[in-house]
Design a protein around this ligand. Sequence first.
Ligand SMILES: Cc1cc2nc3c(=O)[nH]c(=O)nc-3n(C[C@H](O)[C@H](O)[C@H](O)COP(=O)(O)OP(=O)(O)OC[C@H]3O[C@@H](n4cnc5c(N)ncnc54)[C@H](O)[C@@H]3O)c2cc1C
Length: 501
Amino acid sequence: MPNRGLPVVVIGSGAAGLFTALQAAPVLPVLVLTRAGAAEANTAWAQGGIAAALGHGDSPRSHLEDTVAAGAGLVDEAAARVLCDEGPARIRELAALGTPFDLSGGTFALGREAAHSANRIVHAGGDRTGARLEQALLAAARAAGVTIQDMSEVTGIIVEHGRARGVRIHTVAGAERAIEARAVVIATGGAGQLYSHTTNPAVARGEGLALAFDAGAELADLEFYQFHPTALRFPGVRPFLISEAVRGEGAVLRNAAGERFMPRYHPLADLAPRDIVARSIVSEMQRDGADHVVLDCTEVAARMDIVARFPSIASFCGELGIDIRTTPIPVAPAAHYFMGGVRTDTWGRTTVAGLYAAGEAACTGVHGANRLASNSLLETVVFGGRTAAHIASGAHQPAESDAHAIAVDCARFAPPSHAALQDLMWHAAGMERDAGRMRDGLATLRSWRTTEEGSPSARVAALMLEAALAREESRGAHFRSDFPELDDAHWHRRQVFRRAD
Ligand SMILES: Cc1cc2nc3c(=O)[nH]c(=O)nc-3n(C[C@H](O)[C@H](O)[C@H](O)COP(=O)(O)OP(=O)(O)OC[C@H]3O[C@@H](n4cnc5c(N)ncnc54)[C@H](O)[C@@H]3O)c2cc1C
């Protein structure tokens, strides 16, 4: 790295981390630290695509309306407006830096996804959008002189006199080391690995939220976790996502008796909102004593070349002996996307000076209580770009604190195993919640011993349970069987947490 002073340290090498690094690199030295291989990130697994108002007749305003509607009353409209307005230009930038988006007639081929009122999903390699994006960003970041140090897990943010000054890392070689920084960006992605069934890869353990909380930053919307209805359920195999787009093409869900059940639950049947499809599948599984239902694509295969349309799904299933053209795919819901995260403003600033967050680890408020499909990759680049711009500007002011932030203590719990934590969260803070289950979950968590380090994931889990228990209503992805109604009068507000001391 040329000697241009202290680097901007970016934690995480998914789309948010790499795009932030790439944008800052012309002005400042940048060091990306990442806990596993450079390409190991949620980003690389994304299938459907990225939403932006690029089509004829579409507009950022219409994209904004869809985003606000999906978020069930809690979307921060100012942030969502930034997302939708700046989206199209960021997609063109991604194309210019080498992302091989699929084209049709010389322009972006635009797909449609649930709850979008226009065709606005750009994709690459059919259903390989994330992998292609990750490769393009890694190549561009390296070419721009960004240093990417893999196998380096960040275990703490160094804060001095109220300002983030660097990070502590743990390398696979077992070394502990401090690295000084002019600014630190948390781009650590999601938290699917807090649950026993998840579409997220092993690196998604929610640790960035614990890093931020420990450093004194605020966390928001922790009760809102989105479950995807259709992840592959196959013994010994990670729940690989079977995209909603497969149902969009006409695939249907069937229960153990082979019956199509979604028409019994919702007028939109298999294309009902994600949370409704997920809960309906769970009801069928419980009634039948099964651990999955099936997604039947056979009629779609009779109409179109389904293997060409969904190459990665076809090949993943094919390796397990499931020919999706002839054999229904066993599926069940799985933890997928975290709407909550480190509270930031629209420049990626947290409430700690010099500490920023971007991507799935951040919470700008654009998703509210439920994310609109394909807005998350867009968020990584729109707010990653703005984070880099703010750091490059040299301004130092942190974001304003939330006047209603709740101060909480969070002990450093050490679960007997990570699997024990995942089981606890699956049962206590899953798709269907009630006070009894959440209280029991919290009690178990609090009964675990505490250690000097504890488990960062367990700290985040405890805060998620606190937030979910406090919100006595059902909204967006947060469904409480003991409070099934929306309570706009009392709960039309976000919950923000910060460390008590
Ligand atoms: C299967 C699947 C399909 C999806 N499909 C879509 C889609 O079609 N469209 C869409 O918009 N969104 C989709 N999403 C969501 C989207 O992929 C993610 O929200 C987005 O990629 C998050 O990007 P990120 O850069 O914030 O985090 P990530 O891509 O997850 O990157 C996080 C990085 O942080 C690193 N890290 C974590 N903790 C530490 C630590 N302590 N120290 C150092 N490094 C650390 C990780 O190793 C990783 O490199 C999908 C997600 C999944 C899992």
